[in-house]
Ligand binder design. Structure first.
Ligand SMILES: Cc1ncc(COP(=O)(O)O)c(C=O)c1O
Length: 454
């Protein structure tokens, strides 16, 4: 690669020229952005739809492709932040939802599809009891409430840099880069405004891959920690695979302290494999949280737990509620997803595509001598612009985000749609992607690498 100063100006220039190209390619999106900004704060429906230089406006999706409002076609690796594992308009999902929509879409009472959904979940994630919600945030919020309700303790432990949704207990030490404290002993900090310090104080923060610190936090708060919430493969930081023994170590520590362990499998749940991180690491937590891909593109979440934990719902100690919980459309889609789409052969197909993607990206990195590596987990993966593997969130923070931003723009302008949040996000390969889609990503990566290698 070029000397640091040359690299800096090359990257800045590249981002600028690709931003210009981005705006020129989508004039209609400019009109929508202008109209939307009148009545939608930031011109979008969720703040994470804002991207530089302008939000992407989508018209439709089919299979592995999406089309923007200007008619440009893209291979979709964004997948709606990892939810579209089935790809767009998958025939099984379309059929299930179409049939259901004609029979009514909402009653706030259970419908028979939930029986099949739960049967599959019990088998896959080794948890006997399940409830539903509508988003990952609801799932992890219920998990935290349950850990507190069951143990009668108030503190929880989370890991620095892990995103578990936008409820108060979870909005600690994620995104915010100020006041993080020393690396060996992170200071809990609110992720943004609107989170009372009193809530932040109840969330203890540990470093991913550091079991000693987790044990230390338990010892500093004897009999007061309800449990640990962990995303077993840390995403929202690229892809960060835990070191051997870390996940099983958390199981051992939580048991020893009579505390509970929650796996936030909102991202990993269906994408890593048939039984998510639970089966991948062969560690069974007390609570599993699912969302995103489970609904095949419809909003849904699920929490599964042991008899001990979910018994608190059965006996009314904790009321897990929500008007749209178990919504018939989401249940019909989830049933199709679990019984027709994400079956054994599908995982074999995904594994083949991911192997090709990984080997191809590694080859590009080697040939162009980039300071980068590839990390993958099931259908998800990322080029991480650092030659050293990441162990912690601080390693992630040290990576220059401009590489990922430039790569995102470069791919987007050439018909490959990756998640707009640069270095934090991953590609998702859907079941409807094929080898030509992978080739296209790799060709564009190759061109990008040649450009930044100078
Ligand atoms: C690991 C993880 N947990 C929870 C959430 C929150 O899910 P939602 O956006 O559906 O509320 C996310 C969202 O990106 C996530 O990545």
């Amino acid at each position: 690669m070029l000397p640091a100063a040359d690299q800096t100006s090359l990257l800045d220039d590249l981002i600028q020229s690709e931003e210009r190209r981005f705006l020129e390619r989508a004039p209609k999106a400019g009109v929508f952005a202008e109209l939307a900004s009148r009545n939608l704060p930031g011109g979008v429906t969720s703040s994470w739809q804002i991207s530089r230089p302008r939000p992407v406006w989508i018209d439709r999706g089919q299979g592995s492709k999406v089309w923007d409002v200007d008619g440009n076609q893209y291979i979709d690796y964004h997948g709606g932040y990892g939810a579209m594992l089935a790809g767009h308009a998958h025939p099984a999902i379309v059929a299930a939802v179409t049939e259901r929509v004609r029979k009514g879409t909402h009653f706030s009472q259970p419908t028979p599809d939930v029986i099949d959904v739960v049967e599959e979940l019990v088998d896959r994630y080794q948890q006997p009891l399940w409830r539903f919600g509508n988003s990952g945030t609801e799932a992890t919020m219920d998990a935290v409430h349950l850990m507190r309700a069951v143990t009668g303790r108030d503190y929880i432990i989370k890991f620095e840099g892990a995103y578990h949704g936008h409820h108060d207990a979870a909005m600690v030490s994620v995104w915010n880069e100020d006041g993080l404290g020393p690396e060996h002993r992170p200071t809990p900090v609110a992720a943004g405004t609107g989170i009372p310090q009193a809530m932040v104080d109840l969330t203890l923060v540990a470093t991913f891959n550091d079991l000693t610190l987790v044990e230390g936090l338990f010892q500093e708060h004897p009999g007061q920690v309800a449990g640990v919430i962990v995303e077993p493969i840390l995403q929202n930081c690229g892809v960060l695979i835990p070191e051997d023994g870390f996940i099983s170590g958390l199981r051992e520590i939580t048991r020893r302290h009579d505390a509970l362990l929650t796996f936030d499998e909102v991202k990993t749940g269906l994408t890593v494999g048939r039984g998510g991180a639970t089966r991948f690491f062969d560690v069974v937590p007390d609570i599993v949280c699912l969302a995103k891909a489970l609904g095949g593109g419809l909003p849904i979440s699920a929490i599964g737990g042991s008899e001990e934990v979910m018994g608190a719902i059965t006996d009314g100690t904790y009321e897990q509620v929500g008007t749209f919980n178990g919504n018939p459309l989401s249940m019909a889609a989830a049933k199709a997803m679990l019984t027709e789409v994400m079956v054994a052969d599908t995982y074999v197909h995904l594994k083949g595509l991911q192997a090709k993607m990984r080997a191809g990206a590694e080859d590009v990195i080697r040939r162009h001598r980039l300071d980068a590596h590839v990390a993958t987990a099931g259908a998800k993966g990322s080029v991480i612009y650092s030659s050293e593997p990441m162990r912690t969130y601080r390693d992630f923070l040290r990576i220059d985000g401009r590489y990922a931003q430039a790569a995102w723009l470069y791919q987007y302008n050439r018909g490959v749609f990756l998640p707009p949040w640069g270095k934090g996000e991953q590609w998702l390969i859907s079941v409807q992607h094929d080898t030509s889609d992978i080739d296209r990503y790799l060709e564009t990566l190759d061109e990008f690498a040649a450009t930044i290698a100078g």
